[in-house]
Design a protein around this ligand. Sequence first.
Ligand code: HAM
Length: 436
Amino acid sequence: MTLSKKPYKGCRDFFPKEMRERNFLFDAMKSAAESFAYEPFDGPMVEEVELYKAKSGEELINEQIYEFTDRGGRHVAIRPEMTPTVARMVAQIAKQASKPIRWYSIPNLMRYEKPQRGRLREHWQFNVDIFGAPQYLGEIEVLSVVSQLMESFGADKEMFGIQINDREIVDFIFNEVIKVDAQKSYRLYKIIDKSKKVDRQALEKMTSEVLEDASQQKLFYSYLELTSFEKLVTFLKEHSYPELTAFESFVQKLKNSQAWQYTEYDPAIVRGLDYYTGVVFEVFDKHPDNKRAIAGGGAYANLLQIFNEPALGGIGFGMGDVTLKDFLISHNLMPKLDTAQNDVFLTYMDEQGENLAMTTAHNLRKAGLKVETNLGVMKFKKLFKTAESKGHTNVAIIGEDEIKNSSVTLKNLQERKQETFSVDDIESITNFLKQG
Ligand code: HAM
């Protein structure tokens, strides 16, 4: 049997070019999170399957999870998301930690999905979560982190938006306005979550299976037509929503925030995961080729209670590397990272130069430079071609004269500039290479 060279379905091999691109995304994610003082954390790749069953929701558990029984008979799963893990870890330290707790991570996750544009079986997901923040300030902060990250790539409001909703409001509308029980309310959530992916006819069919009463259906559809914060507030006033003042204060804080220019109210955003309890949101791509959310998140007040810990509210989001990269490529925001980024390609012209070349390379590396050496003699004719194909701007040459004088000749291939320095003059060599 011949083994396939391809990776497992829906997973990717990261060759150095893809790794450079991934690092570019991860570096931007880290800087955005750290600029808001979030600290990195990590957790295990495998968790007890019960951790996800507790709150993640049917779709993830019934259709997407990779689960198996380990050799010790434990029923485990490869992590399909990071939120249950972060909640489990926070539950261990919640009592003694000073609040709010701000953490981020970039784990790889596995979900058994049909691979397609924006969806794979393995993806990396930037997770940013805050625990124990005062009401609405945590929401505003994580929305600011995501806005800052998008801005750091050069993205603007023509390219992406943030759709927001509040599950407390949706609960109120279902329970108090449409007046359905908990089971029907759960089914309405699932209909809303699918509402954008189906046509009107299919929506009406699904709705009539849950709501027999025409007046209830009418209220449900009028809710789905509330496509701005103003319309929503008017609707809530008409139906005497008891938390209106608090919600209006959230909208006011949002208006004053970095995120406001990107946000819009969207009644169809409720999120597929069951643990969300308050504000929920999705970052969406305005490019017609990209139909998948770039990021999604929200507030979850009760996740720590599954560990018998007192409630400590969390708010956060997850952003996938696949959808983010599609976004950056579609909007021409992805830099070209075809070649490695090293400072210099150092070569010697004959055997006697080898020692000097190796010590010089060593000293330059100690000074923090990235130095590639040619292992073996390399003649002029081949040198420039090789250097260019490897993406070097600078070459350092040790030839006959250089051996005699303990020097090195540097050449900047783009500017066609050349200078010779003593091998001990690391400062001048560094300046030449860094200015190049
Ligand atoms: P999620 O909406 O399931 O949320 O995933 C968040 C993001 O991860 C999506 O918007 C998408 O960019 C990416 N993503 C999800 N599944 C895939 C896939 N199969 N292939 C490629 N990308 C994917 C969560 O996972 C929540 N735990 C996020 C969160 C953190 N909520 C609070 N804190």
